[in-house]
Design a protein around this ligand. Structure first.
Ligand SMILES: Nc1nc2c(c(=O)[nH]1)N[C@H]1C(S)=C(S)[C@@H](COP(=O)(O)O)O[C@H]1N2
Ligand SMILES: [Mo]
Length: 402
């Protein structure tokens, strides 16, 4: 497909299928059932519908992490290995023929759209990385509260659907609109808790690349990834990628709701960086992702046999820009060797890198550093904030050659 993801195609979607995900009701204890992933210490499960072996972070609502080996094997993360994150309980049975997307608020003509109505709009497919703002939180030092993700709260897919802006045009955005708020079918456990709703600034909502998607890698969205519709906001953290999307509201003033005004805030500097223990200072919503490179063929703290050149490969992404280069170092960043880049699936996609380092017997720390098309690069010192968001620094991988 074209670098900007403009290629269109049709997938056998908008099915008549009703998904019954009864396994979601299984007791937590029954779900740590299989094996261990990554460094051998992280319990995995296969108990979730439409999912293969996943690292189990939490059962209800589910937090499932993708094992590193999946990234090593695929540029596009398979749907059945794609990570899962929910804040609240959600329906486990959805009839897509009955699903409606309500569009209202500051518009000329409020709408209620079926999936068939949406399918009449121009279709778009974009390859894009979906990454939780807290991806890699469990790797920070000092530690902080929250899901202890490794680097598997991310995934790359080809998302297919229609443009949010085309749907908004049907409803007619009125002058004075400032934001577009989106929400899904999930509901808080306690009634007083705020609905999970996220807003995009109106200018961003009207850009070409923000999609309402039903397709993921040529298949319907898995239930756990937002069947039958989700928002896709390429280049932005996944907190905005609202799943099971059923309502859109155009706002004529800023969204003061909990999930915009109180949650998913980061220190207001480019790296979201504060000294641990120091006051966090002013905070702003997390938005654009930073470039990152993740080594996938060598797990941290592993032992490898000696060879003249040790292969190093992984996946990189550039945030809201394409990947320009990935470099490798085994001397703490004093010298770097360029890695080769794999196929370009578009600016928002994972990009594979492959290289090799001459590592003699003994202990080494391997670094991979991504730089995006705007020249933004990863710092060697890890950034830190009390929420564990926006991990942007190089992730050192320790190996022993013996
Ligand atoms: N409706 C709804 N959408 C949601 C969420 C949610 O709790 N409810 N969580 C968001 C967050 S924080 C993340 S990281 C992504 C995870 O997407 P995935 O489960 O498809 O990987 O969904 C986003 N969309
Ligand atoms: Mo998230």
């Amino acid at each position: 497909m074209a670098p900007d993801g403009g290629e269109r195609y049709t997938i056998p979607m908008l099915t008549r299928r009703t998904l019954i995900a009864s396994a979601l009701a299984a007791p937590a204890a029954a779900q740590v059932d299989l094996g261990f992933a990554d460094n051998g210490l992280r319990p995995t499960t296969r108990a979730f519908p439409q999912k293969g072996e996943m690292i189990l972070q939490r059962s209800t609502p589910p937090l499932l992490e993708t094992p590193l080996s999946v990234f090593d094997a695929h540029d596009f993360t398979p749907n059945d290995r794609f990570y899962v994150r929910w804040h609240y309980p959600f329906p486990t049975s959805i009839d897509p023929t009955k699903h409606r997307l309500r569009v209202g608020g500051h518009v000329g003509k409020p709408l209620e759209l079926s999936l068939a109505d949406l399918a009449r709009l121009p279709r778009v497919a974009i390859a894009a990385v979906n990454q939780c703002a807290g991806n890699g939180r469990g790797l920070f030092s000092p530690r902080m509260a929250g899901a202890q993700w490794g680097n598997g709260a991310m995934g790359n897919a080809l998302w297919e659907g229609v443009r949010l802006k085309d749907v908004l045009a049907l409803a007619g955005v009125r002058p004075g609109a400032v934001a577009v708020r989106c929400g899904g079918l999930d509901t808080p456990l306690v009634e007083a808790a705020p609905d999970f709703e996220k807003s995009l600034p109106i200018d961003h909502a009207l850009t070409d690349d923000v999609l309402i998607a039903w397709g993921m890698n040529g298949q319907p969205l898995p239930l756990l990834n937002g069947f039958p519709l989700r928002l896709v906001v390429p280049g932005w953290y996944s907190t905005y990628w609202v799943k099971m999307l059923d309502h859109i509201e155009v706002l004529d003033k800023a969204d003061e709701g909990f999930w915009m005004a109180k949650a998913y805030l980061q220190p207001a500097n480019a790296l979201a960086d504060v000294v641990p223990g120091a006051p966090a200072g002013p905070r702003v919503p997390v938005t654009i992702m930073r470039p990152r490179a993740v080594i996938t063929n060598i797990t941290d703290n592993s032992k490898l046999p000696p060879r003249s050149l040790t292969p190093v490969q992984g996946l990189a992404f550039g945030g809201d820009q394409g990947v320009k280069k990935v470099e490798l170092s085994a001397d703490g960043g004093r010298s770097w060797v360029p890695a080769q880049l794999g196929p370009d699936h578009g600016r928002y996609s994972f990009r594979r890198f492959r290289g090799a380092l001459a590592l003699g017997p003994g202990r080494h720390i391997i670094l991979a550093r991504a730089t995006n098309a705007a020249g933004v690069s990863q710092p060697l010192t890890q950034n830190w904030n009390p929420s564990g968001y926006n991990r942007a620094g190089v992730d050192p991988v320790r190996v022993e050659i013996a």
